[in-house]
Design a protein around this ligand. Sequence first.
Ligand SMILES: Cc1ncc(COP(=O)(O)O)c(C=O)c1O
Length: 411
Amino acid sequence: MSERTLKSIEELIKFHGKPKREVYFDGENSGRVLKEVIEAMLPYFRDTGYGHPSITNKPGWEAYEAFSKASELIAKTLNVNSQDLIFTHSGTEANNLAILGGVRANKHLGKKIIISAIEHLSVIFPAKELEKTGFKIVEVPVDSEGFMDPDTLESFVDDDTVLVSIGYVNHEIGTIQRLREIIEKIRDKNPNTIIHSDVVDAYGRIPLDLTKLDLDMATLSSHKIKGPRGVGVLYLKEGVNLEKIIYGQLSTQEYWPGVENVPLVVGFAKAAEIRFTNFEEKVNHMRKLRDMLIEGIMDKVPYVILNGPKGERRAPDNVNLSFLYCEGEALTIEFSFNGVYVSSGSACTTRVLEPSHVLVAIGRKYEEAHGSILFKVDPEHTIEDIEYTLEVVPKAVERIRMISSAKPREV
Ligand SMILES: Cc1ncc(COP(=O)(O)O)c(C=O)c1O
């Protein structure tokens, strides 16, 4: 960013005055790294383990040891072997490796790839790339809360199905799929089909046992649990064929060449260790704040609809609401001047003013999708954060509706 832009943002904030409190709810896009995570990473940049983990010198051995320990810790949280984890530089890369590498390595199994209509774009786009080379994509529809029907999905699976990729928890509307049942049905219909799940938004939010789930591949991303951004994982079950999608030199990892980012992998492991300490308590806390926010806003603000399901089958951290007669972008700006930081529509498409494909898939109209705001709560949020947000939101919505051209008579 140029100095000029930075200066003008400072001026903009000064002009609007400092908010009473700042609450960051945009963990969907990225966010603050936990202090303990930064402290755990720092020594690995210059004090210890700063070498290449494949090289036989002391900093290299230390790097290999740190990398292995971090990998073991993360593997334990998933109930898998650490040898089955491939560290990439993002969840996007891990999803690309799963879809492109999984399909290409197993192309003898068939030409059909099944995904859902609400997958993350880092699953949808590589699948679309494969379509150009002769594979056929089938999109499983979802209902108005984002659920896939396991029987409908099963009916799409046949002898020609090479891969199915179904996200466990939807990143935008928090729908928790009946993944175990879906996997069983796929295995019954075609035991050779490769099954991948993007579990980025399930990790650290719901109990996750990849061995019990019987997945072939699964994707994780560190910054979604307040670890550093720029580190992801692809779990690859032993014996499942995968083809490389990038080529390079020297690495301890077969499928992701290039030097391992040891400090960031250490940070990811630290974030996982923190998230899974008193896990149930953290989940209950998030759920309580989630419901306080949903109920509080729906109580105080008219013309608001909830996107995604209610209760147990909604991710504990997800609050996605459509504020009718409002433009979502305008709301994010108004909230921001008041210290409440959120995103609108889809995190990944905000800079391209397109309605989120997830909201379109659950049947939201164009205006409903455009007025949607995503708040992600995390274990560090407090009741005071939610109370403050409940003060800010009704006033901000009222201000935006007052100047918006699309409104009902009484607003
Ligand atoms: C469900 C899901 N999958 C994949 C990704 C991509 O992860 P990354 O940001 O590490 O590339 C995200 C990121 O927001 C996500 O929410």
